[in-house]
Design a binder for this molecule. Structure first.
Ligand SMILES: N[C@@H](CCC(=O)N[C@@H](CS)C(=O)NCC(=O)O)C(=O)O
Length: 266
């Protein structure tokens, strides 16, 4: 059976779970949660599965695959079935991939920035400093490490947080404009593109930031529609989020500053 390494609230693994649940692919769960700063949670051979040491990773037929966007395309190709999550027309497929590229081009990093500035930095401060030092010593992605250092030090005053909000606003403007003329992001049906982005709306929503996009009605309707899918409940809500209360509280506290960044962005 397919194995997924993941934890409750990770946006990258949420999209893999969304895909697995949409297609009713049987899978078994292995929780690997280093996000609160405890690198000892990594299984011993984990770097062989993913040299970056991050989740999600799947193991399917003895093959280990990291990177959520690669995994979900693999699942679509390997398991097919219903619903089909990839458009058939080449032009729609190109559009799906163009949307998805934005994630690795900056959106995922922007999402981590928001998380570190609002929540992780507060959690890390309460941990044993030796443990956090080890966590960062082992971190393979140097850009991630550098960004985290700035975000931990500066919190909501971090210039990276302002950039992250600008990035999200420009994404949401583009999505809203597209969704004003189309039901889904790529082609006529729900696809991997929709799955890939909805997890970030869920993330911002968990920070109580949904009022930011209240005027983007096409985007908000799209979000509402996806949340009603039964796979969404299984993949997102049923797994929960151990940091939910802190996320909601810190998000509310930071909202005036977040709104200031949001309103400054074009
Ligand atoms: N580009 C990767 C990003 C993976 C990633 O950022 N994973 C995060 C969770 S969303 C993680 O493993 N975090 C653990 C940590 O921060 O220690 C993907 O799409 O799979």
């Amino acid at each position: 059976m397919l194995t997924l390494f993941h934890y409750d609230r990770t946006s990258a693994a949420q999209r893999v779970r969304l895909c697995l649940e949409e297609k009713s692919i049987p899978w078994e769960s292995i929780i690997v949660d280093t996000a609160l700063g405890d690198i000892d949670q990594l299984p011993k051979n984990f770097y062989e599965l993913n040299p970056k040491g991050l989740v999600p990773v799947i193991i399917d037929d003895n093959l280990a695959i990291p990177e959520s966007l690669v995994i979900i395309e693999y699942l679509e190709e390997k398991y097919g079935g219903n619903p089909k999550l990839k458009p058939s027309k080449p032009e729609d497929l190109a559009q799906m991939r163009l949307w998805m590229r934005k994630i690795d081009e900056g959106i995922h990093v922007a999402s981590r920035t928001i998380g570190v500035c609002l929540v992780n930095r507060h959690i890390y401060k309460k941990k044993d400093p030796g443990q956090i030092k080890k966590y960062y010593k082992e971190m393979k992605d140097k850009v991630r490490k550098k960004n985290d250092q700035i975000n931990i030090e500066m919190g909501i005053e971090s210039p990276l947080l302002e950039e992250a909000m600008i990035e999200f606003k420009s994404l949401f403007v583009e999505m809203d404009e597209h969704l004003s003329k189309n039901t889904w992001l790529a082609g006529d049906n729900y696809s991997l593109a929709d799955i890939s982005f909805v997890v970030y709306l869920h993330r911002l929503d968990s920070f109580m930031m949904r009022p930011l996009w209240k005027d983007f009605k096409y985007l908000d309707n799209w979000y509402e529609k996806i949340k009603k899918r039964s796979a969404y409940k299984k993949a997102i809500y049923d797994w929960g989020d151990v940091t939910a209360d802190q996320r909601a509280q810190n998000g509310k506290d930071a909202f005036p500053k977040i709104l200031e960044y949001w309103n400054k962005a074009k």
